[in-house]
Design a protein. Structure first.
Length: 298
């Protein structure tokens, strides 16, 4: 009887060791796959930085020529202003009207050129690998939220032109300028909106009748902090995995679609770097809403 017990214990021990070895092999393979993904991301980052630098050069010409055109239009209008005592002909009045139109068009070119420049600079900052302290400067948080939400959405559209979602912005005008690391907060926004797009895309595959995909981005100025909410009506998050969301390398996306680092890095950016908080509320099949709270005094 004693020998039988020893045999059973030996078999159980052998089975346990086999399971542990199998799990270790699985973990090693998973780490190898993550390493490949990280290397691929690094290569993409280097390529992106090169492309952004190439875009920046002609963009500088566009911005500069826009400013120069505005200055020239002003000079021409000054010539007409100096002739106030002279009755303008019908052709001259038409010319002034066209100059006003041209002035407005160049202003629009300058505004959108400036927007592209801000996006490029932020993306370049995110591709840098040097360990430098984050720069905290006043930034228009509402502009940042709108620009990088649209950028993340267009990124998804770039992979799938059939993808569409309604973007709703409920931005508090009282937020105004907030002292933050704009580069890092934009990274958080990109990650959360990318995740929202993925959740919506997964729900679209279910072909639910009457489903209208939507992402709502909200900002609100509180007494001593600013609150940001990013909500989607995608597939939601099951209760069973909510606790693992911010765990490094944990992801529900298939291989090649996610590294499992986005939410972990986003939490560190908000919690540690900005001394704020990140929370999530979700209902499987209905919605997910991330709430960020950042102190106004950093």
């Amino acid at each position: 009887m004693e020998n039988d017990n020893k045999t059973i214990e030996s078999e159980k021990k052998g089975e346990l060791e086999h399971q542990e070895n199998h799990q270790s092999e699985h973990d090693i393979e998973a780490l190898k796959e993550r390493y490949k993904q990280m290397n691929k991301l690094a290569e993409i980052g280097q390529l992106t930085a090169g492309i952004l630098h190439e875009i920046q050069n002609p963009l500088n010409f566009v911005n500069n020529f826009s400013k120069l055109s505005i200055d020239l239009i002003r000079e021409i209008k000054e010539i007409f202003d100096n002739r106030k005592d002279v009755q303008l002909t019908e052709e001259e009045e038409d010319l002034l009207f066209l100059l006003d139109q041209l002035y407005g068009l160049n202003q629009k070119i300058g505004e959108n050129g400036g927007r592209i420049t801000r996006i490029i600079q932020s993306m370049l900052a995110q591709t840098r690998t040097e360990n430098k302290d984050a720069q905290f400067e006043p930034a228009d948080l509402n502009v940042l939220l709108e620009e990088f939400t649209k950028l993340a959405y267009q990124g998804t559209r770039g992979e799938d032109r059939t993808f569409n979602v309604s973007l709703v912005f409920q931005l508090d005008a009282k937020v105004k300028m907030v002292k933050i690391s704009a580069t890092e907060i934009s990274r958080v926004v990109l990650n959360l909106v990318n995740n929202a797009c993925y959740a919506i895309n997964e729900k679209l595959k279910l072909q639910i009748e009457g489903y209208a995909p939507q992402i709502i981005v909200t900002s609100k100025r509180l007494s001593d902090m600013v609150e940001i909410k990013i909500r989607d009506n995608g597939i939601g998050i099951p209760d069973s995995i909510k606790e693992k969301l911010f765990t490094p390398f944990f992801t529900t996306k298939p291989v090649g679609k996610g590294t499992g680092l986005g939410l972990a890095l986003s939490r560190d950016i908000v919690n540690i770097m900005h001394r704020g908080t990140v929370s999530v509320d979700s209902e499987a099949g209905n919605f997910t809403e991330f709430t960020l709270q950042i102190p106004l005094t950093l």
